[in-house]
Design a protein around this ligand. Structure first.
Ligand code: SF4
Length: 339
């Protein structure tokens, strides 16, 4: 179990998510193993940054954490209680306290609604405001908080009148409107200009500092993952084909990567390498294959064996366990487990 931070906020125990799909002319049934054996325990104000290639299960993990995707197997606990045992009041509190911000700000905001309508809806739904006048004050306050200013100029604009960065800030304001304890931020910086990414991350980090909001921050960029995790005392988890293959504090992960896949990700991220001399194992790392295998393909043993240059007999037969090698550093690789 990977425990992040102190206290008991949310626990994911032995979570599996499998999807059934039909493919080809014969419409044969295949199973997509989107998540396999995920064990995470989030404390209060905890931050986990998840990195990995597209299709690795990052977004499915985000939806499970936000309560929008039921696991095929496994259990979720909110403040120590299984979510299927929560009473109505506790369940509503659980759903309100974890908010999700989508990857794509263009489709996340209804184009027919103004900024006011978009932010008023959750305030009204959760009974946070009693009147429209109160809602206007609250919406202006939210716009100020996410630095969409002057707020009076933005409150009655439509999404098409906003830039990509402004849209993502409105999505953040919508999440903040219900005073969440935890935000799942699914690739929130990928659709905005590089120059604005740091600003948005800094804003979210400020909310962690000021209000203790925890995050599951999902990204495919290791450099952003490092930045966000370093400034929030978070952990970075590396996912591959639905599994967490390595997790560690950012500095430990970057300077002492143990899993061959993490080493390949670091080698492919030149902008990350600020102090090259200190990095181990970041030389060109040959992968047997560049392409990620299809998620419907069942791979016995270690799922990375089709690409791993170090794969040996046992890697094709036995699945490596995720073990803690110390300093909150977890890895699933036979090479490390044996050493
Ligand atoms: Fe490579 Fe084997 Fe380690 Fe998997 S378990 S990453 S195949 S060495």
């Amino acid at each position: 179990m990977i425990k992040i931070g102190e206290g008991d906020f949310l626990k994911l125990e032995n979570i599996h998510v499998h999807f059934k799909i039909r493919r080809g002319l014969l419409k044969r049934l295949f199973i997509v193993r989107a998540l396999e054996d995920i064990n995470l325990w989030f404390g209060r104000s905890s931050v986990l940054v998840v990195v990995g290639e597209s299709g690795c299960g990052k977004s499915t993990l985000g939806r499970v954490v936000a309560g929008l995707q039921s696991p095929t197997m496994g259990r979720i606990y909110y403040k120590g209680k299984p979510i299927d045992k929560l009473n109505k009041k506790e369940y509503l509190e659980y759903r309100k306290s974890i908010q999700l911000i989508h990857q794509d700000p263009y489709s996340a905001l209804n184009p027919a609604k103004t900024v006011f309508d978009i932010l008023y809806a959750p305030l009204k739904y959760w009974g946070i405001v009693k009147s429209k006048d109160e809602a206007i004050d609250k919406v202006l306050e939210l716009l100020e908080a996410v630095k969409v200013t002057p707020p009076e100029e933005y409150i009655f604009r439509y999404p098409h009148q906003l830039s990509g960065g402004e849209k993502q800030r409105i999505a953040l304001a919508r999440a903040l409107s219900v005073k969440p304890k935890f935000i799942v931020a699914d690739e929130v910086i990928s659709a905005i200009d590089v120059s604005l990414r740091i600003d948005l991350m800094n804003l979210m980090i400020d909310f962690w500092k000021k209000y203790g909001i925890g995050y599951l921050f999902i990204t495919h960029e290791l450099a952003s993952a490092r930045y966000f995790a370093e400034l929030t005392n978070g952990l970075i988890a590396v996912m591959y084909l639905g599994e967490i293959v390595e997790a560690a504090p950012p500095s430990e992960l970057i300077h002492n990567p143990l899993h061959p896949y993490t080493k390949a990700l670091i080698a492919a991220t030149p902008e990350l390498i600020l102090d090259l001399s200190k990095l181990k194992s970041t030389k060109e790392l040959p992968l047997k294959k560049v392409d990620i295998p299809s998620a419907i393909r069942e791979i016995p043993g270690c799922k990375f064996n089709t690409r791993c240059p170090y794969a040996r007999d046992e890697c094709f037969k036995i699945k490596p366990k995720l073990i803690n090698v110390g300093k909150q550093h977890f890895v699933a690789c036979h090479m490390v487990n044996a050493s």
